[in-house]
Design a protein. Structure first.
Length: 404
């Protein structure tokens, strides 16, 4: 039989095992997600009494904001109350909170000096009017505010209002390093942004801001005031060679450039190759470039790690030859819908030993080059092959190939 001391020890161990819950093994992020799906705020308050850890998590300001935003009751008064209680907030997401005005934003500016990241995007056509003074207060009083997101304001159909907001950002955004204004307004409204006060900008996202003919000169002028840009994303801005010249002539420190869905030609690609030696990521999908422009870029931009050529219909095997010869650092390549690519071109990519991801969807390649790539490129773990009708089950069943 068991000794009495050993029996008592076993009993204590069993009690400790019973006390331990599966929730103790969950990271904070997972617990916060579970808390978010609780039906009422009262349920969340009850969780605060379970233990000190749950109390700290249930008192998280981001979770409280998620609750209030989800119920649609976040107004200036509620925002002011939250800002006064959580003065140490560093990140605040008010996306689609259209009832917030300058009054609520002023309360945040007064109470949260450590704020670093702020999202004030709009995902509906409801008009969030009267925000200019509040945004100015945030930029002036929150000196640590470096990340500002204000996407989708074009849905408001009020270009005059959007232009005033951009002027406010341009006037007071001297500390901003990241600015996202996707689908904000026509690019012609950017005139107020280059007041010379945004010289610290490193990352600028302007996707789906259409460039009209009369915005060309303004865009070129704007780039002169942003020589330190590292990231510029202008997907679906439909820019041309003249606007692109304003980019590569002034922004020589670019590392990430997205000018997809534009009318640029090989002239722009040659300009990029001679002016942007630090470039690592280039996205030029849905453009009329040819092998000539592609060869120029891969030859003189040796640091390229990602290249997006999706739906560049004029790219042929000659372009892939240039990639195989000069892009030894390439990790991601997208040549989906490049109908002129053949097996011969794909064979050449075996020389890209660092290739990790490849998209060959809707091309006319066959099994042999794909299987050889998987054999010869040790880092290649993902090949997207959707719409490749010539591929057999030998490729389709490979764990590294995706057909959905």
């Amino acid at each position: 039989g068991k000794m009495d001391g050993a029996s008592d020890c076993d009993d204590r161990n069993e009690d400790e095992e019973h006390d331990e819950s599966v929730f103790d093994w969950l990271p904070d992020e997972v617990l916060l997600l579970i808390f978010f799906f609780l039906p009422t705020r009262a349920d969340l308050c009850r969780c605060a009494f379970i233990c000190q850890r749950w109390k700290a998590l249930s008192d998280d300001p981001s979770l409280l904001l998620e609750y209030i935003t989800r119920t649609g009751c976040l107004d200036d008064d509620a925002l002011a109350a939250i800002a006064s209680k959580y003065k140490g907030m560093r990140s605040l997401n008010l996306a689609n909170c259209v009832t917030i005005t300058s009054t609520g934003l002023q309360a945040v500016a007064d109470n949260c000096p450590r704020l670093n990241s702020f999202d004030l995007s709009v995902n509906s056509a409801a008009s969030p009017t009267n925000r200019e003074q509040g945004i100015a207060a945030l930029l002036q009083q929150c000196r640590n505010l470096t990340h500002l997101t204000m996407d989708y304001y074009r849905h408001l159909h009020d270009d005059e209002y959007n232009t005033r907001l951009l002027k406010t950002i341009g006037q007071y955004g001297e500390n901003l390093t990241h600015l996202s204004i996707r689908e904000f307004a026509p690019l012609s409204a950017l005139g107020g942004l280059y007041a010379g006060n945004c010289a610290k900008l490193r990352h600028l996202y302007l996707d789906s801001m259409h460039a009209w003919y009369n915005s060309r000169d303004e865009l070129c002028d704007m780039m002169q005031f942003m020589p330190q840009l590292r990231t510029l994303s202008m997907d679906k801005c439909y820019i041309d060679d003249k606007i692109a010249a304003g980019i590569y002539n002034y922004c020589h420190n670019l590392v990430h450039l997205n000018i997809s869905s534009s009318t640029i030609t090989d002239k722009t690609m040659v300009g990029i190759s001679t002016s942007l030696p630090l470039l690592e990521v280039l996205r030029v999908r849905c453009t009329p470039i040819t092998d000539v422009g592609l060869q120029a870029v891969v030859t003189y931009c040796p640091n390229l790690t990602e290249l997006d050529l999706l739906d560049c219909m004029k790219i042929t095997d000659a372009g892939l030859y240039a990639i195989s010869q000069y892009s030894s650092a390439l990790r991601k390549l997208d040549i989906a819908f490049c109908k002129k690519i053949t097996d011969n071109g794909l064979f050449l990519l075996c020389l890209c030993q660092n290739l990790e991801e490849l998209n060959i969807s809707s091309t006319q390649v066959s099994d042999e080059p794909v299987l050889l790539l998987l054999e010869r490129c040790p880092a290649l773990y993902y090949i997207k092959c959707r719409g490749c009708s010539r591929l057999s089950f030998h490729v389709r069943d490979h764990p590294n190939c995706v057909f959905e």
